[in-house]
Ligand binder design. Structure first.
Ligand code: HEM
Length: 401
């Protein structure tokens, strides 16, 4: 089978529950040209090289056939240095309080309180949906609080966030149509955040949005539109990624009951468990926004200037040339290296927060649910092959401690 058709198969919804055997086929051609002229890179070493290569741009405006953008200016995830660095630094100053791993640590008590409340909420039943009852509301509540977005408004932008990510990355439907839908939703979300930013300018609080609109530090300040793009980026990232890490994590725990038992005996094992999950069942499978700024030769293939590049992170993290027995979930690996948070200048901004959220949620679920089991395996998946995770995860249990 030609590599191009393997990548197309990965996009098919029928393969959402297990794309990993297809990734193994994909890796036979580490840099594979697709029919549409894009290049899919699927091996660990090559992905790492391109993540750190300044000739690889994250700015879609560099595409040979760049689509016109009528919405917001690009956020820092889709810009290159030096613009990227200025915006990321400005946001980092205010990702308050958690703009460093140590400060994220100070949120521990608040995070545990939110998770405890959510698990208490399923204590009067013996069945729950891990997604709707815990894994979605938890990170959403956290990102809303950090940003200064009223959590009561959540149902309004929940749908917008879903729409924006469902239209991300390669898909089975018409690309033009998807881009148009995405653009319209971005405009609606932008209007909402624009009004909110104005409110925070008049009445600043102790939150990220207030920090962004009132900042006047060494890097100057963000323009009104840059604030909106940044807030939208953080809101979407906070909505659409950690939910999958917690849900994929619970699925993996329930498929490996020995792990739940060990977590009860050794609570600190949760740190390596979450790291191994980011390798084995990561929330982000592809980065598909990259563009070659020059001819780039890698693994004996020359990617011509202007070509779109897709980095298959989830495949790279299971590359047998990089680690032994990659298809086995093993939190005892001495050295867990993965591409779950990307790498290079765009390495995930929210990684310390996402790690802590997943550690607390999974540790509490493992400790408090008595005799938990899966109701359906495999669970129903969300449409996206890029941000991959179950839409629902129905579980049964005897009681909650
Ligand atoms: C970037 C994964 C949670 C904010 C990234 C990238 C990945 C990633 C793979 C690299 C994107 C690229 O190179 O184009 C994840 C995963 C998460 C998670 C797996 C959860 C388990 C979060 C959270 C936030 C966040 C909770 C915000 C609070 C960001 C931002 C960037 C980013 C702002 C762009 C960084 C830049 O361009 O410099 N994330 N993320 N992420 N992430 Fe996360």
């Amino acid at each position: 089978m030609e590599p191009a058709s393997i990548f197309a198969q990965i996009q098919q919804f029928a393969n959402r529950a297990d794309p990993y055997s297809l990734y193994a086929e994909l890796r036979r051609t580490p840099v594979a040209r697709q029919e549409d002229g894009s290049y899919v890179v699927s091996t660990y070493e090559e992905i790492v090289a391109l993540l750190h290569d300044p000739r690889v741009s994250s700015d879609r405006r560099n595409l040979a056939d760049a689509p016109p953008s009528e919405g917001l200016p690009p956020s820092f995830i889709t810009t290159d240095p030096p613009e990227h660095d200025r915006l990321r630094r400005l946001a980092m100053r205010h990702f308050g309080p958690p703009h460093s791993p140590r400060k994220v640590e100070s949120l521990r008590g608040e995070l545990l309180e939110i998770v405890t409340g959510l698990i208490d909420g399923i204590a009067d039943r013996t069945e729950a949906d891990i997604v709707d009852d815990v894994a979605y509301p938890f990170p959403v509540t956290v990102i809303c609080r950090l940003l200064g977005v009223p959590v009561e408004d959540e149902p309004r932008f929940h749908q917008w966030a879903d729409e924006i990510v469902e239209t991300l990355g390669p898909g089975e439907d018409d690309r033009e149509e998807r881009l148009k839908r995405r653009e319209a939703t971005v405009v609606t979300l932008g209007q909402y955040l624009g009004e909110l930013a104005e409110d925070h300018r008049k009445n600043p609080g102790d939150d990220l949005l207030s920090g962004l609109v009132t900042d006047d530090g060494p890097d100057g300040s963000m323009s009104h539109l840059e604030v909106i793009s940044t807030a939208a980026l953080l809101l979407i990232a906070g909505h659409e990624t950690t939910v999958n890490l917690i849900t994929n994590g619970m699925l993996t725990l329930l498929r490996n009951p020995w792990l739940i038992e060990r977590l009860r005996q050794e609570p600190d094992l949760i740190i390596h468990t979450v790291e191994e999950l980011l390798r084995y069942e990561p929330p982000v499978h592809f980065l598909s926004q990259r563009v070659a700024l020059d001819d780039i030769t890698i693994a004996d293939v020359t990617i011509p200037k202007g070509s779109p590049i897709v980095l298959a992170l989830a495949s790279g993290s299971r590359d047998p040339a990089h680690l032994r027995d990659p298809d086995r979930f093993d939190p005892d690996r001495p050295y867990i290296q993965h591409l779950g948070f990307g790498g290079g200048v765009h390495h995930c901004f929210g990684a310390p927060l996402a790690r802590l959220e997943a550690q607390i949620a999974l540790r509490e679920l493992a400790h408090r649910l008595v005799n938990p089991r899966l109701v359906t395996d495999p669970p129903p998946y969300r449409p996206s092959s890029t941000l991959r995770g179950p839409r629902h995860l129905l579980i049964a249990y005897d009681r909650v401690l």
